[in-house]
Design a protein around this ligand. Structure first.
Ligand code: TRP
Length: 540
């Protein structure tokens, strides 16, 4: 940077840089507890609280985004840089985008304050999916803002407008996509009511910590969010992604669960007429594969044969709990001479009689019909899933696919700590006066060293720097080279904080000027869009 003549030779940081955070995994050092710690120098796009994110993978089963990155067509820079760090079941969405098949994206915003640069991440994620061909939905969570945050309808209207203008200014196409507010969407509320019949209070208690003091409207806002998440599939089931912060993961998990509970049929692999638990099934499969039908009387492997073989096997060679073993034996012995034969099972969960009959008719090849399931012998699992969904949809069901999610990192506040809407200096609002934006960046804390000398010698701590984050999350836009250069120069000691912040502050000012100009340009687009900007509930 100008005026910053580095005295030393530029030290090449050990970073492989790379446009993608895809390298993070390979560059992590294993820990005794089986987890990994990101090697800071090798992780240009990481943030300081990586250990917390690791916990999300281990405790909640969120998967690492890097592992699906390769399957994503034209990945967004937030994906490439590891800002989007996690996902649940994103593969079906990536596949649909690759193959130009139907897919959807939906996220929601609680209009409790000004939209800020943290919200921009979500706007960008929605818009990117829309540009990749997905049906895009953005909603104003006004019921939630009213019930969970006590916002008045007038306040909600004011902020909702600001969110929507920024979303459109950043490139959302309202003619292709759909905007709505929860409170005026009748179809949504019908779906919420329907889903509510499958959720109960003790579940809310354990997921959200609700108790006897929790008001009912707050609970209603939860079922409303469940309906939001499944709303894109009302027309037809399709892979749907919900881009959110990891704080919303409990909602995603519940929605995935409810989607499953609504299904008419459950499809599974089976080996005989009775039901087996997954562990029991694995055991039967193991023996089914090991035993030769030719070794038995009429060349047929029967339930009793597997039971006998199990009983003859020393316990030490059977890798299941004693109760699993004994229940498998009971089931096999009860079935006696029934042959063991692989098959695909359609279990009737909540189908109407007509739907169950329609399913039976629709199954080709050999089939066997029982009281509450049908076994098919000539259909594989995948074809069976498809058929079950088709029959369900044709007979008045939704056929929901479990919704997928992607998670982005939270931005660090400009003053260190959390970025929070309630601390103005910690964030930059998309409505901030561009000069204030400039000033906030100039006043931000950094990962710089105590003195310039020390900084040149040791290099800056870009991974712990809110200003570097601004470059990676926003200011570099699609330009990976630039983001990498800023990082390398910083950790290499040649980029000092003063100039770095000056550059960032100018870029921020330009971004805000440009964004606010675009907001004015899309005013008309918003007026024409199909969303009520004034709540009918306002009383004033
Ligand atoms: N609960 C979200 C928030 O606090 C807002 C929201 C409502 C939402 N419905 C949604 C987010 C559906 C994603 C998908 O900001």
């Amino acid at each position: 940077m100008t005026g910053d003549d580095p005295r030393e030779e530029r030290t090449e940081p050990r970073s492989d840089g790379g446009a993608a955070g895809a390298d993070n995994e390979g560059s992590s050092t294993p820990r005794a507890d089986g987890g990994t710690v990101d090697d800071i120098a090798l992780d240009p796009w990481g943030s300081s609280s990586v250990s917390d994110y690791r916990k999300l993978f281990e405790e909640f089963g969120i998967e690492e985004f890097d592992e699906v990155l390769e399957e994503v067509p034209n990945p967004h820079y937030l994906m490439r840089r590891g800002v989007i760090f996690g996902h649940r079941d994103y593969r079906p969405v990536a596949r649909a985008l690759r193959n130009d098949e139907p897919a959807a994206v939906l996220s929601g915003f609680m209009p409790t304050g000004d939209p800020h640069i943290g919200h921009k991440l979500v706007f960008d994620e929605i818009i990117w999916h829309q540009q990749q061909g997905a049906d895009a939905y953005a909603l104003i969570a006004d019921l939630e803002a009213n019930s969970a945050r006590g916002m008045s309808w007038a306040e909600i209207d004011e902020h909702a407008r600001d969110y929507l203008l920024s979303l459109l200014a950043l490139g959302f196409d309202p003619e292709e996509g759909e905007l709505y507010r929860q409170s005026t969407n009748r179809e949504l509320q019908d779906l919420a009511f329907e889903l509510g019949a499958d959720a109960n209070f003790s579940e809310f208690q354990s997921i959200y910590g609700f108790d006897g003091e929790t008001d009912v409207s707050h609970m209603q806002s939860v079922v409303t969010q469940m309906a939001d998440i499944l709303y894109p599939q009302l027309e037809e089931p399709k892979p749907t992604v919900i881009p959110v912060g990891p704080d919303q993961d409990p909602h995603v998990r519940l929605a995935r669960d409810l989607a499953e509970r609504m299904r008419f049929f459950k499809v599974s692999e089976a080996y005989a007429s009775f039901e087996l638990e997954p562990e029991e099934r694995d055991l039967v499969v193991e023996f089914y594969e090991r035993l030769e039908p030719a070794d038995f009387d009429d060349d047929t492997l029967r339930c009793v044969h597997v039971a006998e073989a199990l009983e003859e096997t020393p316990l030490s060679k059977i890798d299941v709990a004693a109760d699993v073993l004994s229940s498998v034996l009971t089931k096999l012995n009860e079935a006696g001479m029934e042959p063991i034969r692989p098959r695909t099972r359609f279990f009737d969960r909540r189908a109407t009689d007509d739907a169950f009959d329609a399913l039976i008719d629709a199954i080709d090849g050999e089939k066997r019909v029982y009281e509450s399931h049908v076994d098919a012998f000539d259909i594989d699992l995948e074809a069976a899933e498809e058929l079950a969904r088709e029959v369900e949809v044709d007979n008045g069901g939704h056929g929901f696919q479990p919704p997928s999610s992607i998670y982005h990192r939270f931005m660090t506040g400009l003053t260190g700590g959390k970025m929070s809407s309630s601390i103005p200096a910690s964030h930059i609002s998309l409505l901030d006066d561009p000069e204030d934006g400039y000033d906030k960046v100039k006043a931000a804390s950094t990962g710089g060293r105590e003195t310039a000398e020390e900084h040149r010698e040791l290099g800056g701590r870009a991974d712990e720097c809110p200003v570097y984050e601004l470059y990676a999350y926003l200011l570099s836009g699609d330009d990976d080279e630039f983001a990498k250069r800023v990082y390398d120069e910083c950790v290499g000691g040649e980029r000092l904080c003063g100039d770095c912040k000056e550059q960032a502050a100018q870029l921020m000012q330009e971004f805000l000027e440009d964004h606010q100009e675009k907001r004015e340009e899309v005013e008309e687009l918003l007026e024409d869009a199909d969303i009520e900007l004034e709540s009918p509930r306002r009383r004033e």
